[in-house]
Write a protein that binds this ligand. Structure first.
Ligand code: MG
Length: 377
């Protein structure tokens, strides 16, 4: 067997701007594995969790991925939650990177092989006002994107008035008018709306054909999601703040949304999201992996998308410019399947080192200036 006695020797963490953390897993041979263990705004907490897991991993063969996952997830008695599963997710990605490299194949070849030739990706379109939003959307469409995601600004109160809703609808209508019917427009409500306000707004937006509505209300309230889903024909999506197959089970069993959005850096890693996708497939639901993170996260997502039929769209915020020796290339909203071994990427060490920072990125806190209360971001 190639790479006999392969062992993990060191876990190196790099905190990288704007809010990423990269893991470089070293071995006793000429292979390193990359992962992205991060929870936005909690870099140091996740780094601490990775350090605690390092004690178990040192000296182990990195290719026993499932076994190490179970040991790290279950072995410390207390389990789950965003910090621990984010640490575990990044570690798991690095283990897959090493396994793929040790065998000379992309990770998706080890998870069933490719089910498609290329992967559809989407970009975020934001703007302080309608004009800026439309300008940005036009730029993205001119670059080749045919699926965009946008949202509405915080704060949103538990009940909002007619003018507020009218502004939201006008904003989305202007965007639809700008890009026409051939560009798909998804909406992220970001968990800002109460279930009732969400129901009202989705009804108003329905004629403008949103591709999907993400986090129409906060996660964790399956009954509210089911009620919303029964009130509209717009596909609903959620999942970025839900972790592991156990976390997704209830949503899937109740068919509370149409599209699940597990994050490969939070939900437990590549294999865990593969399992969640299989659970979703059995209920005729789709997945669209959440990824507002860095290039290693995107690389892990693409490996999953490559071998998962119900993975319908891939979020991304960086194609790797400034991070990777060879950034990903997008053409007509698609990325071709990666062909290099493992996760298929090589970090540009010099550029990444230049982006190192102290890890202190703070999640914005939104205060509703109308009454001084805290609102959802
Ligand atoms: Mg979101």
């Amino acid at each position: 067997m190639a790479y006999k006695d392969l062992k993990i020797t060191r876990l190196e963490l790099l905190m990288v701007k704007p809010r990423f953390m990269f893991l470089k897993m070293h071995t006793n041979q000429d292979i390193v594995g990359y992962g992205e263990p991060i929870l936005e705004g909690q870099t140091h907490a996740v780094a601490g969790a990775v350090r605690a897991m390092e004690n178990y991993l040192l000296g182990k063969d990195p290719r026993q991925i499932e076994h190490h996952w179970q040991a790290l997830y279950k072995g410390s008695f207390y389990r789950g939650g965003p910090i621990l599963t984010s640490a575990l997710s990044g570690i798991e990605q690095a283990l897959w990177d090493i396994l793929g490299k040790s065998l000379g194949v992309p990770v998706y070849q080890l998870l069933g092989g490719a089910v498609r030739d290329r992967i559809r990706i989407y970009a975020h379109a934001h703007g302080a006002d309608k004009e800026q939003l439309c300008k940005r959307a036009r730029e993205l469409v001119d670059m080749g994107f045919n699926l965009l995601k946008t949202g509405f600004e915080a704060p949103v109160a538990f009940v909002e008035n007619q003018q507020f809703l009218r502004n939201c609808v006008e904003r989305f209508a202007a965007l639809r008018e700008e890009v026409g019917p051939e560009v798909d427009l998804a909406l992220d409500f970001h968990g800002r709306f109460s279930p009732t306000m969400s129901k009202r707004l989705i009804k108003e937006l329905e004629p403008l054909y949103p591709y999907f509505v993400e986090e129409p209300c906060l996660p964790g309230n399956t009954a509210a999601l089911v009620e919303l889903k029964n009130s509209t024909t717009v596909p609903l999506a959620t999942g970025e703040r839900i972790f592991t197959k156990w976390g997704f089970r209830d949503l899937i069993e109740q068919r509370a949304v149409d599209i699940l959005q597990p994050d490969l850096c939070h939900a437990g890693g590549i294999m865990e999201v593969k399992k969640i996708s299989a659970m979703a497939e059995a209920s005729d639901l789709a997945v669209a992996p959440h990824n507002p993170l860095g290039p290693i996260s995107l690389a892990a997502c693409l490996q999953l998308d490559a071998c998962t039929l119900n993975a319908v769209a891939q979020e991304q915020v960086t194609l790797g410019d400034g991070y990777l020796v060879k950034p990903f290339e997008m053409q007509n909203s698609y990325i071709e399947l990666p062909t290099e071994p493992g996760l298929g990427i090589e970090l540009d060490e010099e550029k990444v080192r230049a982006l190192e920072y102290d890890g202190n990125w703070e999640t914005p806190r939104v205060i509703d200036q109308r009454d001084g209360s805290v609102a959802e971001w």
